[in-house]
Design a protein around this ligand. Structure first.
Ligand code: XIL
Length: 467
């Protein structure tokens, strides 16, 4: 019987990442005391079933048999507006009076943009008012960790889908668009895959992972991050692929194989190449942007199906210079390839901002605004996801991010649109204001794919394995 992998400590052997430009080394991930993973105890037989039921029942405000106290809308608004008066005059007046009362998803959708957030099953199971707030504010959901391969598979060729299923059911029950994150990520790959001795088995395992996931959730996932962070901007490979476990175990064809397998398993899911470290004006990020664009052009030339470019957008207030022009060019060039653009993991660290909370919140809001004003001006940007909604649940606050981007004064970081008590922060208004200023997108009712879609759509997944 397979069990959910709780060993999130296995590290990639050559673990360099998009944070390399900071020269910092990642601390090993630890299971967090907070809610970074579902408590394995919950996953024992029976527990899971009730978890599924819990999540489904949350629609009628009963989570795990606990009646959820509805967050008082009035309290949220009162808190938010009071804060706005104190610390960000000048922002609110840009919003029409009724917009200040709207949810972010509504402000965004008025411009044809989907706004969503990540969440974990454990957060939705906590039975607190966070679930209510999430359902009020977001139109899209992305599991934070539960779909990652490492979290699903502790034994060769076996996966535990139960927690991922919960989130898929939760999204369906509440009409949320669902992003699939992710099929492959070097940082979150099972130990057994790293240890496979021959290429053919590794290739089969990778294709099985992609095909099984995409097939299982066929029709339920809007966009899949097929390979998360495949690019190395600083390496000397002409294909710009990161020298990671997939390159080592399979070879450079792994990326196109994964995309083709995903397309074959669900022709309508948008296939996304999701990258980090492209948001600012540094020589490393210049190289990264150029490398991503070159890789995408290359994939296009070879008819590899890719539908969208994901920009993670883990921002950091006051850390880097910013170039509006460089970011605009990056977006324009991706859009010119016919790609949709998605902002997939927006949040903002505040380690270089002063301790004073209203000053800090203002600085973080400014960082959000400066970034979003540029990206939302590009009509190809159709989805904006924040990596969490409230500071109560953030990988930054849990210190699972780059150690250099943590506060040194021991104060809690404040990276997201709502604070720990679910009150709106200036960042909420920065998002709302940027959505309001954005040009209106044409609503995309049907999914558009690259011409490669046609080419692969009639093929059965088997063709990929037949070599
Ligand atoms: C992070 C999660 O938020 C953490 O809980 C986990 O410990 C590590 O992964 N880029 C990504 C996300 O694509 O999957 C990462 O999520 C954050 C960086």
């Amino acid at each position: 019987m397979c069990t959910l992998s709780t060993d999130i400590r296995s590290r990639p052997e050559n673990g360099h990442s998009c944070y390399d430009h900071l020269t910092a080394r990642f601390a090993p991930f630890r299971p967090s005391a907070d809610a970074s993973m579902v408590d394995p105890g919950r996953l024992e037989a029976g527990g899971v079933q009730s978890s599924v039921e819990c999540l489904l029942r949350s629609g009628d405000k009963s989570i795990g048999g606990i009646t959820v106290n509805r967050v008082s809308r009035r309290a949220v608004l009162a808190g938010g507006l009071a804060a706005s008066a104190a610390s960000f005059d000048g922002i609110v007046p840009l919003l029409a009076a009724n917009q200040a009362e709207q949810a972010l998803k509504d402000v965004a959708s008025a411009r044809g943009i989907r706004y969503g957030s990540t969440a974990m099953a454990s957060q939705l199971l906590a039975g607190d008012s966070f679930t209510d707030l999430l359902l009020r504010e977001v139109a899209a959901l992305v599991p934070e960790n539960e779909m990652k391969w490492l979290h699903m598979s502790s034994m060769p060729f076996q996966s535990d889908y139960r927690v991922a299923d919960c989130l898929v059911e939760f999204a369906a029950a509440h009409g949320l668009l669902l992003r699939g994150h992710n099929l492959l990520w070097y940082w979150s790959t099972p130990k057994w895959f790293r240890e496979l001795a021959d290429r053919k088995t590794a290739r089969t395992a990778m294709l099985r992972r992609v095909t099984d996931m995409v097939t299982r959730y066929h029709g339920r996932i809007d966009s899949w991050d097929v390979v998360n962070e495949p690019v190395d901007g600083a390496g000397d490979r002409t294909d710009h692929l990161r020298a990671d476990v997939f390159l080592k175990q399979i070879g450079p064809e792994y990326l196109s194989l994964a995309h083709m397998a995903a397309r074959a398993a669900d022709q309508d899911a948008r296939l996304v190449l999701n990258e980090c470290g492209v948001e600012y004006d540094t020589p490393d990020m210049d190289r990264k942007r150029a490398a991503v664009l070159e890789l995408l052009e290359n994939l296009r030339k070879r008819d590899v199906p890719v539908d969208a470019l994901g920009i993670q957008a883990h921002l950091s207030a006051r850390r880097y210079p910013f170039s509006e022009q460089k970011l605009r060019n990056y977006l324009k060039r991706a859009a010119a390839m016919g790609l949709e653009i998605q902002i997939t993991e927006l949040d903002c660290t505040d380690e270089l901002a002063p301790a004073d909370i209203s000053e800090r919140d203002r600085i973080v809001a400014d960082e959000y605004r400066r970034f979003l004003d540029v990206v939302l001006d590009e009509p190809a940007v159709k989805i904006v996801m924040t990596w969490g909604l409230s500071d109560r649940y953030s990988w930054i606050v849990r210190h699972e991010n780059n150690p250099e981007q943590r506060r040194r004064d021991g104060m809690e970081e404040r990276p997201l649109p709502f604070d720990r008590d679910l009150q709106r922060k200036p960042a909420w208004y920065a998002l709302a204001e940027a959505f309001t200023r954005a040009p209106t997108r044409e609503r995309v009712s049907t999914r558009e794919h690259s011409p490669a879609a046609e080419k692969f759509s009639s093929k059965r997944p088997d063709w990929i394995f037949a070599r």
